[in-house]
Design a protein around this ligand. Structure first.
Ligand code: UDP
Ligand code: MG
Length: 314
């Protein structure tokens, strides 16, 4: 019998957890052809979340949990969950029922059809402000424009991952994690399903704009070093301006037969040294980017099949 791990990162979710368990177990109990593991990662909650989880474990032996020593954030909670998951596939979902468990049977069906990464794309987002929707849309645009890897729009962390995707993600041990771009980076056979995102069932969102901005910056810098290339790009117009102005001054001086004036010399010097400095910063940026990429220690590639056998990344 195949085993499915449901991975739920939880931070101060005492109110949501009983509701989540109720709705989730209803779905899971109907799927009798599978074994289940309900894996909670308690991300340093300050409320009663851990006790709630322990209560659930007493009632239901399928429940297991990883308890963090402090709050590490959802990204780290997810990788810890992937590390501890024992299933043949893992379904990641939020604790606040914004990701409807009713989609699970459909995800599993597609998994059985051979898809490795079944991700749920939001058709709508109830209970979120226009500012959050707008900023998230712009963020996808910027992120996509900076990289050649295809990034899924309007997709959160709610998805089913086959064992080999899980193994691949386990190999990516970088600390500045951006799961969104990692899910894209690993590739494999992806399938999208659509759903309406509900508002949070209880409690408050853990995100604030500072966290979101931090996540956005982490996302961009974890995924691409192209911001480091900015100064290389700026140096080109600077030198171009220097060159034009230099020609202009020289030709003018020769034609009018006058000496170069002090302000012209100063402009030329400023352009020259600014250009040199920007280029040097750019060169450092290029090397820094390479060090950065190397220090991530990712596998260089992931194999889909070998001689017709699916590669599982063990
Ligand atoms: N979460 C977590 N650690 C954190 C913040 C959030 O594990 O530091 C969990 C949280 O319990 C929930 C999920 O991540 O299961 C999504 O959080 P939230 O609903 O607050 O985010 P939003 O849906 O508003 O983006
Ligand atoms: Mg939420």
């Amino acid at each position: 019998m195949k085993k499915i791990t449901i991975l739920v990162p939880a931070y101060n979710e005492e109110e949501s957890l009983p509701l989540l368990y109720e709705r989730l177990s209803k779905i899971v109990n109907q799927m009798q052809n599978y074994e289940f593991e309900l894996l909670f990662v308690n991300d340093g909650s300050k409320d009663n979340t851990l006790n709630e989880i322990k209560e659930l474990r007493k009632k239901d032996s399928r429940v297991s949990y990883v308890d963090f020593s402090r709050n590490f954030g959802k990204e780290i909670a997810m990788i810890a969950g992937l590390d501890y998951a024992t299933g043949d596939c893992v379904i990641i979902m939020d604790a606040d029922l914004q990701d409807p468990p009713e989609l699970i049977p459909q995800m599993v069906e597609l998994w059985e059809q051979g898809y490795d990464d079944v991700y749920a794309k939001r058709k709508s987002r109830a209970g979120e402000t226009w500012l959050k929707k707008f900023t998230s849309k712009m963020y996808y645009k910027v992120l996509q424009s900076l990289t050649t890897v295809q990034i899924q729009k309007d997709t959160g962390d709610f998805r089913l991952l086959d064992k080999r995707c899980v193994n691949a993600l386990r190999k990516m041990r970088e600390t500045g994690r951006c799961s969104k771009s990692m899910f894209s980076w690993i590739g494999y056979n992806k399938k999208e399903i659509l759903y309406d995102r509900d508002p949070r069932i209880a409690g408050k969102t853990k995100w604030n704009y500072k966290k979101l901005i931090d996540l956005a910056i982490d996302g961009i810098t974890a995924f691409t070093t192209s911001p480091l290339r900015i100064s290389t790009y700026i140096s080109i117009p600077t030198f171009f301006a220097l060159f034009i102005y230099f020609l202009y001054v020289i030709i003018k001086c020769i034609r009018l037969n006058v000496e170069i004036q002090a302000y012209q010399a100063i402009i030329l010097l400023i352009l020259f040294f600014a250009g040199i400095q920007i280029i040097l910063i750019g060169i450092m940026g290029e090397y820094l980017g390479r060090i950065f990429n190397e220090s991530k220690n990712r596998p260089l590639y992931l194999v889909n099949e070998y001689n017709g056998e699916k590669e599982t990344n063990e």
